[in-house]
Design a protein around this ligand. Sequence first.
Ligand code: SF4
Length: 416
Amino acid sequence: MIPIIPAGSSKPADVSPAGNQQLWLKPGQIALPGSPPLSLYVHIPWCVRKCPYCDFNSHAAPGKNDSHDIPEDIYLDALRADLEQSLPLVWGRPVHTVFIGGGTPSLLSAAGMDRLLSDIRALLPLDADAEITMEANPGTFEAERFASYRASGINRLSIGIQSFDDRHLQALGRIHGEREARAAIDIALKHFDNVNLDLMYALPGQTIDECVRDLEAALSYGTTHLSLYHLTLEPNTLFAKYPPALPDEDIAYEMQDIIEARTMQAGFRHYETSAYAQPHREAKHNLNYWRFGDYLGIGAGAHGKLSFPNRILRQMRHKHPATYMEQAMAGNAVQEVREVGADELPFEFMLNALRLTDGVPASSFHDYTGLPLHTISKQLAAAEKKGLLEADPTTIKPTELGRRFLNDLQEMFLKD
Ligand code: SF4
């Protein structure tokens, strides 16, 4: 059992398991009226190779000559052990969505994925109609394996296409080209009726016409969901160290405007900063994050957020796959547990909720943070006065201006 770092401190309160348990239950500064909906995230930390722009916890798969020899059985043992150790924190709570992300989960064998889903079902009360998403990358697609993933219970696929242009895919260090991207989508659509395509724009040297071509190629497949990300240079990546020449801000804005107009024309709704969905096909798992719901995160480096009657905790698992496997099997998968302070909660809540085009019901602020709404009434009024929030007391909803200047709006809820 890992000690909890109390809010406002950098040191653990009590290192004994009993001490930790008391800390979850003792009176705190907040009072949650109930438990937010619960999701499960499972992290698979390997990829065929590391992309130069990627800051996720992903590691080149061991094995020579692209054999992708991941220690699947040991990792699945560790995930099960991790989940078993986590059960006391989520007893009796139904799980509404599962997201198997990475990394590249489609490196798992059909039998491995089946085992993972059986373990999850055996240990957690999963809703009968739970959304179960798996991330997959072109270059790791085989028709038979994907048919088997579907039969095991995966009902939504999210494919990392990024671009259909060989030149840009090469500049992004992806292992696939246009041909593999298209083959992956064809296989996915044969077995799944709920498919997301991830695409990036404002790529090194990309013109507006090239961005439009990528978008049109993605739209031509009629998938239920698109995620369109502006490429950014993240710290501690190869691109941050050796930055490529990116389109300037005005061009990126123009690309964004074209994306909004064209996706809307094709029947998609821009419901979150980077997410576009056909009617009723929003990503339920991600919606739970943005609404400040709870999630248990298992796997190397996975983060979790769990609520208790008087406190909200954030957990982080050991990051390196080898350390994680060793520690999970020894009963110590979690590296850090931190209590979120009452003064941090307004910003954490708004950081997520304000990404949503429709915002959230005002009442959910109290339901999910345990703080009265008047805690943020001054900031709400100031944001409304600046034209960044809608003047509606029943919802917290960004205006178009608020969405365009999202960072400024979110920062208004930072603690003083
Ligand atoms: S495939 Fe995805 S997760 Fe893996 S290194 Fe590339 S961007 Fe990162």
